[in-house]
Design a protein around this ligand. Structure first.
Ligand code: 6LW
Length: 491
């Protein structure tokens, strides 16, 4: 489907089916909690049911963890009645590790470390003899003891892909019919991304490449979805085969720029001569869809725990982020010095729509902070209340600018951000992509203090593996937020 089934920064999807239920996980990088977990009954409509890594004993992301480091691509599998999640943490005390759960909504176990498994993009597969195979980007493979994390025997190289510019990544191994299939991504996760496949008689090969490789790529096309790759196969409710994959929706023509990060898409798969053939992303599954309730626009912070969509930059603790200090408010106690600082207390949710509006009622109380659109420490726009002043700040690489300011009224006030990807941007793939930041006057009118160019908060400018996150932060002291609205205005 040319619209993502899970929009916003949800890259490197891995999916598994248990009876009529589907579960899917994605990378989460420097954000905590890590690894969002989704549930669906139709592969199209998904609900986030939690985050797998929600405590420090599972995931430690400190100010030393750079943006776009942290949690890379996971693989989710169900075997012998338990869910297994294998993932690489590119961070302090990181490496490859496995988590297990009986309920994918959690709780998940503490990690079983795999100290002798090296590389990224780990995959898990089991053969009929009970061997557990861990296959890594490269593509190389280990046989492991999942209970202890021990490697059994030497690792071996399985396949180096189809000699594209960049090494093969995102390997997934499947036993389908008489063959073992090895699915990989190659060409890099940018515009050259592609999916290729090989098959063999056993989980450790030897593998013969598909004569039609790559079986999916949008490179060198004017497809509205680009960077297609990093796929995982699953059977639909009717036994047909489907592929979840990552893609981006660039604006501004080819190559264009994308702001939401790499999103999760769905594509049909048929089989010809024992090889998978990937159909167009425009295809909607033929079975009855089961829509899920839309997320409420407003979060009143009335619950003791934040909803699973909320993520903070690196680990957060009750000491810095709580709804218990003031009932019905989110209270942030600053520990860094603002959004340029990796130690900032920032809590937000992924921007999932090309046009949307976010608002929050802030009581600066004894501190300074506000509402921000964040890409990383060097690419963010924010409207901040500090010492009796409201100001719009912009950080683009080496440039840090106070774009606008005006006196702030006494007491709480409503800050707003409106993101507009102009219709012509989507249709004719050109035109502005603007981010307007302002304040709501007592009568409710929204006064824009500054309108900034959205192209600078894009992957093509900022680089990295993430996407925009819109949220609130404390730069100094203590700041309270009564509610937060996220309102989609367009796809
Ligand atoms: C992921 C790997 C990749 O582990 O990017 O470019 C990493 N390819 O497959 C993060 O998404």
């Amino acid at each position: 489907m040319t619209t993502p089934v899970i929009p916003g920064m949800h890259p490197d999807p891995s999916v598994c089916r248990v009876g009529e239920d589907y579960y899917l996980v994605c990378s989460s990088f420097e954000y905590f909690p890590g690894i969002p977990v989704f549930h669906s009954r139709d592969l199209v409509n998904w609900t986030q049911i939690g985050n797998a890594l929600d405590r420090t004993s599972q995931l430690l992301l400190t100010a030393e963890t750079p943006s776009s480091a942290g949690i890379y691509a996971p693989t989710l599998r169900h075997h012998d009645g338990r869910f297994h999640l294998i993932v690489t943490s590119v961070s302090h005390g990181g490496g490859n590790m496995v988590f297990t759960a009986t309920d994918p909504a959690g709780p998940w176990s503490d990690p079983i470390m795999l100290p002798d498994v090296h590389g990224i993009d780990p995959d898990l597969a089991w053969d009929d003899e009970g061997n557990c195979w861990c296959t890594m980007a490269g593509v190389h493979q280990y046989r492991i003891d999942l209970a202890t994390g021990e490697v059994l025997g030497a690792s071996q190289r399985l396949w180096s892909g189809t000699a594209r510019a960049k090494a093969p990544e995102a390997p997934h191994l499947y036993r389908i019919g008489e063959h073992w299939y090895l699915l990989i991504a190659e060409g890099g996760t940018e515009r050259g991304h592609a999916v290729s496949v090989a098959r063999g008689p056993a989980p450790d090969g030897p593998f013969e490449p598909c004569p039609a490789n790559p079986i999916l790529t949008h490179r060198s096309t004017y497809e509205p979805v680009q960077n297609t790759g990093h796929a995982d196969l699953v059977q639909g409710p009717d036994g047909s085969w489907w592929m979840v994959l990552l893609g981006v929706r660039p604006g501004g023509g080819t190559p264009g720029w994308h702001v939401l990060g790499r999103e999760t898409f769905l594509a049909p798969v048929t089989w010809v001569d024992g090889w998978p053939v990937v159909g167009p992303l425009t295809v909607t599954p033929p079975w009855p869809l089961q829509p899920v309730p839309a997320e409420p626009v407003r979060d009143d912070f009335d619950q003791s725990e934040l909803r699973p969509q909320w993520v903070s930059t690196r680990n957060r603790s009750e000491e810095h982020c709580t709804t218990k200090d003031r009932a019905g408010w989110l209270t942030l106690h600053a520990r860094g010095s603002g959004l340029d600082d990796p130690d900032v207390v920032f809590v937000g949710r992924r921007q999932q729509h090309l046009s949307c509006r976010a608002r929050t009622l802030v009581d600066p109380s004894s501190g300074s902070g506000g509402l921000a659109v964040r890409f990383d420490e060097e690419h963010h726009y924010e409207i901040e209340v500090a010492s009796g002043e409201v100001r719009v700040l912009a950080r683009i690489g080496p440039l840090r600018t106070v774009v606008a300011s005006r006196p702030a009224p006494e007491g709480p006030l409503v800050l707003g951000v409106q993101v507009d990807e102009a219709k012509e941007l989507r249709d004719a793939r050109s035109g502005p992509d603007t981010i307007s930041l302002g304040v709501e006057e007592p009568g409710g009118t929204f006064t824009v203090l500054a309108t900034l160019d959205g192209r600078y908060l894009s992957t093509e400018v900022a680089g990295g593996f993430t996407g925009r996150v819109i949220g609130v932060y404390a730069a100094t002291g203590t700041v309270h937020f009564d509610w937060f609205d996220y309102e989609p205005l367009g796809d």
